[in-house]
Ligand binder design. Structure first.
Ligand SMILES: [Zn+2]
Ligand SMILES: [Zn+2]
Ligand SMILES: [Zn+2]
Length: 426
């Protein structure tokens, strides 16, 4: 076995976790990267395009003695569990058309050109002999969805708990539990994100506030409602969680004229008349609401014609739980070491998120198109979309939040719509 002063091949090491006696080679390629590799698990020159290709994207035809990469032909996917994978590519020879497995599988089944003696490797490497194949097949495969887990394990391991059913979970209870830690943060304008990125945009898009009847849906502890009231609006705030108790307590002291109701956003139409508000705002809540479609329908119902609806959400494409981030090296505090990765944009299962409070938050991820189509269906016509980007000033002031982070992708999405009853879309 290679001693510790040598770097070992990343692939050999991973394979050896599954196959105990897999020979681990020294790494002589990409040694300084976090995936150093041996000559066997390196690149092979495609005989058609002449380009060096990663071993898992190129096949060997022992009849024609040719390599073919998957950029030169149309590959097929073959589902089969082997080593740390659950599929491999079948890549047709560009000369005779016969399908051959990519070299990761070829090595596994013993048909790699080094194994069958078609090519002599330029470097001394130990080769995994095909006799292992049958033993391996009967083993457990702990690396299902291996690619993702491997990458995550290189950095901070983040896994979101996706729920197949909501049984045992209830958003109200969740928020009730979070309320005591949440309320103090937001009583003074919110955290960094709210203060510098979300709220300035929400207020800009709400536009004139004076003498407007405004409904604050899922108002929480009243941060937004108070701002609106101080700027001359007549505000009604509704929320189903205990957060509203903090809002009411404060209103009793400050007397801004805000009316608070403990009401679910899903029951707006039971409490308010049709067309009774000039504007509706819903700050950072729709992604936490299961029946967002019903809420949007009722918001449209309580809005006057030409009324404005503004809402902010965590960005459906770039924020948790669609995305996760990790750092290589682990623990690095420089953002250039931070990588962001999209997990599954289309996974709409309810998700438990750990924002560092005592209880996990429940979120209902959905694609951007779901929101937009629901708005349009309810006569709420899109006027402006905002994806706040950190300004240079913000980058200077909060480099760890903003540099190569908030200035290169958006964490939040803010949308302004107008209610138009007879708007012809097509
Ligand atoms: Zn290797
Ligand atoms: Zn090629
Ligand atoms: Zn061939």
């Amino acid at each position: 076995m290679p001693s510790s002063e040598y770097t070992t091949c990343f692939y050999c090491s991973e394979y050896s976790k599954i196959a105990q006696d897999y020979p681990v080679n020294y790494a002589t390629k990409d040694e300084k990267s976090f995936t150093p590799r041996c000559f066997l698990h390196w690149e092979y020159k495609c005989s058609k395009c002449g380009k060096d290709r990663h071993f898992n994207g190129i096949s060997w035809c022992s009849t024609c003695k040719k390599f073919t990469c998957l950029f030169c032909v149309n590959e097929q996917m073959q589902k089969e569990e082997f080593l740390i994978y659950d599929y491999y590519y079948k890549i047709p020879c560009h000369e005779c058309g016969s399908f051959n497995p990519a070299l990761d599988y070829a090595e596994y089944e013993g048909t790699h050109p080094f194994q069958i003696g078609d090519i002599k490797p330029e470097e001394d490497i130990m080769i995994w002999m095909p006799t292992y194949k049958d033993q391996i097949k009967t083993q457990e495969f702990p690396h299902k969805a291996w690619g993702l887990k491997r990458i995550l394990s290189l950095g901070k391991y983040v896994e979101f708990k996706r729920l197949d059913s909501l049984e045992g979970y209830d958003p109200k209870t969740t928020w009730d539990a979070i309320a005591p830690t949440w309320a103090p943060i937001f009583s003074e304008g919110g955290d960094y994100h709210h203060k510098y990125k979300i709220l300035p945009e929400v207020y800009r898009l709400l536009d004139t506030l004076e003498d407007k009847m405004i409904l604050d849906v899922a108002c929480g502890e009243g941060n937004v409602a108070r701002h609106l009231a101080k700027h001359g609006s007549n505000v009604v705030g509704i929320d189903i969680s205990k957060l509203i108790d903090f809002a009411i307590k404060r209103e009793n002291k400050e007397n801004l004229g805000i009316q608070y109701l403990k009401l679910s956003a899903e029951n707006l139409a039971t409490k308010f008349e049709k067309a009774s508000f000039d504007k509706v705002v819903c700050n950072m809540a729709l992604m936490d609401i299961e029946k967002y479609d019903s809420v949007i329908e009722q918001i449209s119902y309580v809005l006057k014609e030409d009324g404005i609806f503004v809402f902010s959400i965590t960005h459906p494409a770039f924020a948790w739980p669609t995305c996760t981030s990790f750092r290589v090296p682990r623990g690095s505090q420089r953002n250039e070491d931070k990588l962001r990765m999209v997990l599954n944009y289309f996974d709409e299962r309810p998700t438990l998120l750990d924002y560092g409070h005592e209880t996990l938050s429940l979120q209902f991820p959905r694609p951007i198109s779901s929101y937009i189509n629901e708005l349009v269906k309810n006569n709420l016509i899109l006027q402006e979309m905002s994806e706040p980007k950190a300004s240079e000033e913000l980058v200077k002031k909060f480099p760890r939040n903003a540099y190569r982070d908030d200035d290169i992708f958006p964490d939040f999405l803010i949308i302004r719509t107008i209610k138009k009853l007879n708007y012809k879309l097509f």
